[in-house]
Design a protein around this ligand. Structure first.
Ligand SMILES: [Mn+2]
Length: 336
């Protein structure tokens, strides 16, 4: 089918306009065929993006467009502001926003949407966020994701571009989690990491080996990246893992560090070797940490086990605070 519905946009500068765009998003999502929970998530995303505009730029525009591509239907949300843009240093954290108030965070927006891009406006006077949510014919069969995620990512101090990236994405009863580190730091590392993340997001349902092969192609004209990906099956109590290059991976339970993983050396984008795909057991109480080399590998879970019952976000931030190195971009993802 093709949509006859056109884009709708609202200039956002006050709370009433946030409520208005939220209502339009819900109606549009219903017309497209999203279920109630999905409509709620879409409306949360729209509301977060609109509130961000008011907080950081006072004024901007949210545009909603029904989209159709490769037999998929979905909704595209664009948020554009003419302010200075927000500081990515903290904006990607869940639950923390740069103005210091407790927001949902762009990390959550990233997770709730199937595609997510932050672009600086050409004239560098503002920020443009483009995200899409696709209608899945059997979206997760009504199952709830049994995992909890925490993530912290920031560029090297005094850099504006983050050369690290991460991905947390639910796909039909499984969750794909990954950390990507573009070689070096700064703009060029950011460019490489974004190319890799975009490829992974668009092919997240492909086998891990194919994703690595595709990222190697997608990053061939960049500096390249190191990358680790894990796919958690919601019902099987297992996860598949694959990694090329030095992304640290640890799995622990109580005071024990569990598995050792096989990690191939190399740079994805520079004819990296194929990663070894391993299938690993996931038991009750297990936790997984993935982090880039902006975080020291010399840490032990027993130094943080006090936080075991805390939210994954708190654990990610605690480990970051203690182990971060200030000469590189730093990213950590926790799954529990
Ligand atoms: Mn690094």
């Amino acid at each position: 089918m093709t949509f006859q519905v056109e884009s709708q946009y609202i200039v956002i500068s006050n709370a009433a306009e946030v409520i208005a765009i939220r209502r339009i998003a819900k109606e549009m999502a219903q017309d497209i065929g999203f279920d109630e929970r999905e409509r709620e998530e879409i409306s949360l995303v729209v509301s977060e993006l609109a509130s961000n505009i008011i907080k950081y730029a006072q004024r901007g525009v949210i545009t909603l467009t029904p989209v159709c591509s490769e037999q998929r239907e979905g909704l595209m949300i664009e948020a554009e502001d003419d302010g200075k843009g927000f500081n990515e240093y903290t904006a990607m954290q869940d639950g923390v926003s740069t103005s210091g108030t407790l927001g949902m965070g762009l990390g959550a927006v990233n997770r709730l949407m199937d595609e997510f891009d932050i672009l600086a406006r050409e004239d560098r006077t503002g920020t443009r966020i483009v995200c899409k949510r696709w209608l899945h014919d059997n979206s997760n069969h009504g199952q709830q994701c049994p995992f909890e995620f925490g993530v912290f990512s920031r560029p090297k101090p005094n850099e504006t571009a983050n050369g690290d990236s991460f991905i947390i994405k639910n796909i039909r009863g499984a969750t794909l989690v990954g950390v990507i580190d573009g070689v070096g730091h700064g703009e060029l590392a950011n460019h490489a990491a974004n190319a890799a993340r975009q490829y992974v997001e668009r092919h997240c349902e492909s086998p891990l080996l194919d994703i690595f092969r595709g990222v190697d192609r997608a990053c061939s004209s960049t500096r390249g990246v190191v990358m680790a990906l894990a796919v958690f099956d919601w019902t099987q109590s297992t996860f598949c893992f694959a990694s090329v290059g030095n992304i640290e991976v640890k799995v622990f339970n109580d005071n024990r560090e569990k598995s050792k993983f096989i990690v191939r050396r190399g740079i994805v984008g520079k004819h990296a070797p194929q990663p070894m795909i391993t299938e690993n057991k996931w038991q009750h109480g297990d936790m997984l940490a993935l982090h880039s080399d902006g975080i020291s590998t010399h840490w032990h879970w027993h130094d943080f086990s006090y936080y075991a019952s805390h939210p994954a976000q708190v654990i990610a931030e605690q480990i970051y605070n203690v182990t971060q190195k200030d000469h590189d971009d730093a990213t950590i993802v926790i799954v529990k």
